[in-house]
Structure formats: C-alpha cells, structure tokens
Design a protein. Structure first.
Length: 299
C-alpha cells in the first residue's frame, strides 16, 4: 500500500484535509490536477485569522506549506481513474499508479461565466461570483448582476441590501423567466431590470467601468458586476466511480462526509447542498479526516 489516503483536489478543502490526516500520523498523497477556484480570489476578508484579508494564492501557498509540514505529499498530476474497494483502491494518472486505503474527493466546481465579452478576463477582478464573500467591500457602490431567471433575480435582491444603485442585466425576452414574486421584489427594492445584450465593457481603475449595451445604451461608472450564471461541479470522476450525485451533479454525503461507496469521502464545493465558503470547506476537511482516522481504528 502506497498510502493511507489519497486526496483528489488541492484547494483549501483538500489541503486542510491533508494537514489533519498528517497530524493523525496517516500517510497522505494529494493530487493537484490544475488551478483551483480559490486562486481567483483577489482578497478574502471573512476567512478566520486574517483581519486585513488574504489573497487566494497566498492562502493556498500557506495551506500547502502547512500540509507538507505535516507529511502530506502533493503531486501535480491529473487523476484519470479510481478503481477498487474500501481498503484497496488504485488511483491512476497518465504517469503513475497509487494504491491507497481511502479516497477523499475535493474536486470543486467551476464558475459559469456570464455572456459578456472577455468575461474570463474580468473574472476575480471586477466581475465576481460570490456576493457572500465580498459584497461588503462594494457596499454603497453602483453594481450590476449578470444573469436571468430565478437565480439572477435572487442575487439582485440579495445585493440590494448593500446598494441602492443596482441593475439586473438579462438577455432580451427572458424577463418572463423570472417568477412573479421575485419580479415584485425587484420592483420593491427598485432594482432596474434591463433586457439588453452586453456588447462591450470598458474596465477602468480596478472598476468595471462602462457597460455598452446592444442598443448603444451605456451604463456608466459601475463599480462591480456579479455573475449569477451558476456553477458546474467537477464530478465526472465521481460519476465514473459510481458515487451518488444529486440532480445538479453534486456529491451526496452523510454527516461524516462519506459518500454511498465505502471508503470514499467528499469535501468542499463539490458536496451537495453546502454553502460555498472557504470556512465551510475546511470544516468538511476536519470532519472527513477525523472520520477516516477513526474508521482505520475501527471506532
């Protein structure tokens, strides 16, 4: 057996799980298949212990250092398949084959970009995806929400607590997708609903700047935009393994982060029904690591 546990995913959840397992004197290999969502975070102000805030890259660097300090090995390889059963799994990458007793899935999610020019270019700077994370820093400023239907309307209403200058930008002909109760709330909170496609964004001075719509209308001096396009769970590997997913593709777990397959756990944003926050992800990590350690002691 090469190790006690393989963690697939090296975001905050996976790295923190590696730290816990290492401190339980368990051998751990963490597979890092590419960029994590946390790398897009300009500064987070609500993660415990950093009153002045910390950038996503800096937080990941510290979490990697902490995991490695306690014995976790981090491999920059993409996991292509997992086979076997509890106590005897085989994890394969294009280069290696690793035998392990337990598996933790921490594969995360991807933000779906809004339908605007160069959306990925603005991602993490002036177009954000998590108002829970950083709307506080934009309070009192002019904002827009990119999105439609129930999700876009709900985010706009949520953001109205932080600003009175707010627009919801939706594609032409999609206003009817918004339920009547939410339309009433949009009107109540004086949120403008604009049915026009965005043709250009003129970003300036770390602000979203000017939004040009297809009818030559300009929305000037926008501080920040939020995307309400949703998320895509990175659950292809889990599905191939036979792990149970919810209808949206997120992994179902119990109170110990265990999936339906013995020996396989899931943590972080990939988990069904959870609040997508760093603090929640590292909480999952502690729960899963402790459950794994206890299971190996048969207690």
């Amino acid at each position: 057996m090469d190790c006690d546990c393989v963690i697939i995913g090296a975001g905050p959840a996976g790295l923190h799980c590696g730290t816990y397992l290492g401190r339980f004197l368990r051998s751990v290999i963490i597979f890092h298949g590419g960029k994590t969502r946390a790398e897009w975070i300009p500064v987070t102000h609500n993660f415990p212990g950093f009153p002045q805030g910390i950038t996503g890259p800096d937080l990941l660097r510290l979490l990697r250092r902490q995991a490695e300090r306690h014995g976790a090995e981090i491999r920059r390889e993409h996991v292509s398949s997992v086979e076997g059963t509890d106590g005897a799994f085989v994890v394969r990458t294009p280069r290696t084959e690793t035998r392990t007793r337990k598996i933790v899935l921490a594969t995360g999610v991807q933000d779906i970009p809004p339908e605007v020019p160069n959306a990925r270019h603005y991602k993490g700077r002036t177009i954000r995806h998590c108002p829970i994370c950083d709307a506080h820093e934009a309070r009192g400023r002019k904002m827009v929400v990119f999105g439609s239907g129930d999700r876009g309307a709900r985010m706009a209403v949520w953001l109205s607590h932080y600003t009175s200058d707010l627009s919801l930008l939706i594609n032409p002909g999609t206003k009817s997708d918004i339920p009547d109760d939410l339309l009433n709330l949009l009107e109540q909170y004086r949120i403008r609903v604009i049915e026009q496609r965005v043709v250009a964004i003129e970003e300036r001075n770390q602000q979203l700047g000017t939004i040009l719509l297809e009818n030559d209308t300009r929305i000037e001096n926008v501080f920040r935009g939020y995307s309400a396009m949703g998320l895509k769970p990175n659950s292809e590997l889990a599905a191939a393994m036979g792990v149970e997913l919810d209808p949206e593709g997120y992994i179902k777990v119990d109170s110990d982060q265990r999936t339906n397959l013995p020996g396989i756990y899931a943590i972080g944003d990939i988990v069904s029904g959870q609040l997508g926050q760093l603090s929640v992800a590292v909480g999952h990590a502690a729960i899963a690591a402790t459950a794994i350690h206890n299971s190996m002691l048969d207690i």
